[in-house]
Design a protein around this ligand. Structure first.
Ligand code: MEV
Length: 419
């Protein structure tokens, strides 16, 4: 068992340099961490990543502390512009430590690639023809990515669906591809494009789209944790369950509930150089896949009256390929995390989403979230009003004391201090 701990007391009060030192001491990250501190992505690297580059765009990296996942302590890098998210995740994780933290697991890392076949008068017979040749089609798909196959990945199955459209029946062919540690978008899209002409030949139909599905319901991560009623209070247990029920019966609330979950998930996806839109699309479509848009988490009371939370989300993410490999910050963050597979990263995402949701619901069902938000918000308002580094804290403090966190008041206070 490693000596590293994620329980870094008073981490938020330390100077930035001291935090960096603590992260180095408590994770596998070393020099790579320097890429996060004041350096980041070079223009040259950025120019290789996307088109028409004119520069780069910075965001803060914060470390969520206190996480214990499957009996291991992990420090979790989060990239996000919103204040309070990192603090809330850390707080949720801290309160779950007493009962053992988070227990998480995943399915195999299987992505779905779709082939849309049109112009069929006998779509059901076409389905059977495709499935008759499943093995040959799998071989053609796998020839596109021998490296993936060498690493134990490849096409696990081919499935077909017949869908009624306004233009007659569609046959939709799904390639189920085990992508191992890659997110796999390029691999599965290439496979679908290679298989499509053979599907046309077999069925006599016309293929239009050949693209992965972001409803990645074959690549799921789940996590569960228990929060002790003695530690969080019985009112919090009731409050979180009431908050969950509100989200369950009302899509207006559910959208915000799930947005709160994704505050944590997306921040880690971003920190590791993964595709935030793929994970967001997957999460929300999965939340609606039962026909009703539903919460991504579930909150229940255990027989002892403690609070049990659980989550299941699609995790189309990787730890190799794309920006996860080319972005030095993503590499540093992956080293801090210390995950050894895409599946482990998925387990982290599910655990962070659950902790984030717990912290939001706890705050919302008690004092509200504005109190927690105010300190950082007040500092931002002070900066916007023109406060210099040595004035920010005093101006923010004064506004909080007065209960008036506003730009006009910040300017007045600043003027008064300066005179
Ligand atoms: C804010 O970014 C997220 C919350 O609105 C989530 C929620 O309401 O559950 C606090």
């Amino acid at each position: 068992m490693s000596e590293e701990t994620s329980r870094l007391e008073g981490f938020h009060k330390k100077e930035l340099e001291e935090r960096v030192k603590l992260v180095k001491e408590n994770s596998s990250a070393d020099e790579s961490l320097d890429h996060l501190v004041g350096k980041g992505l070079s223009n040259q690297k950025a120019d290789q990543m996307i088109e028409n580059v004119v520069g780069t765009y910075e965001l803060p990296v914060g470390i969520a502390t206190n996480f214990r996942i499957n009996d291991e302590d992990l420090l979790i890098p989060m990239v996000i512009e919103e204040s309070s998210v990192v603090a809330a995740a850390s707080y949720g994780a801290k309160l779950a430590r007493g009962t053992g933290g988070f227990h998480a697991n995943t399915t195999e890392p299987v992505m779905i690639s779709q082939i849309q076949v049109t112009g069929l008068s006998d779509a059901n017979a076409a389905k059977v023809k495709v499935l008759e040749k499943k093995d040959e089609l799998i071989d053609i798909a796998e020839e596109q990515d021998p490296v993936l196959v060498e690493h134990g990945g490849g096409v696990e199955d081919i499935r077909c669906r017949v869908l009624k459209s306004r233009f007659g029946d569609y046959l939709v062919v799904h390639l189920l591809v085990n992508c191992q540690d890659a997110m796999g978008a390029n691999a599965v899209n290439t496979m679908a494009e290679a298989v499509a002409p053979h599907v046309e030949e077999l069925t006599g139909g016309d293929v239009y789209l050949r693209i992965l599905s972001n409803l990645a319901d074959q690549r799921l991560a789940r996590a569960r944790a228990v929060w002790d009623k003695e530690e969080i209070g019985k009112d919090t247990v009731e409050g979180v369950i009431q908050a969950y029920e509100f989200a369950r019966v009302d899509p207006y609330r559910c959208a915000t509930h799930n947005k709160g979950v994704m505050n944590g998930v997306t921040a880690v996806v971003m920190a590791t150089g993964n595709d935030t839109r793929a994970v967001e699309a997957g999460a929300h479509s999965y939340a609606a896949s039962g026909g009703v848009y539903s919460p991504l988490t579930v909150w229940e009371k255990t027989k002892d009256g403690d609070l049990a939370g659980s989550i299941e989300i699609p995790v189309p993410v990787g730890i190799v390929g794309g920006a996860t490999s080319s972005h030095p910050g993503a590499q540093a963050n992956l080293e801090i995390l210390g995950v050894e597979s895409a599946q482990e990263l998925g387990e982290v995402l599910a655990s962070v989403g659950l902790a984030q949701n717990f912290a939001a619901l706890r705050a919302l069902a008690s004092e509200g979230i504005q109190k927690g938000h105010m300190r950082l918000h007040a500092k931002n308002v002070a900066v916007q009003a023109g406060a210099e580094e040595d004035e920010v804290e005093r101006v923010a403090e004064k506004m909080i004391e007065e209960g008036k966190v506003r730009a006009d008041r910040a300017e007045e206070i600043l003027e008064k201090f300066r005179n």
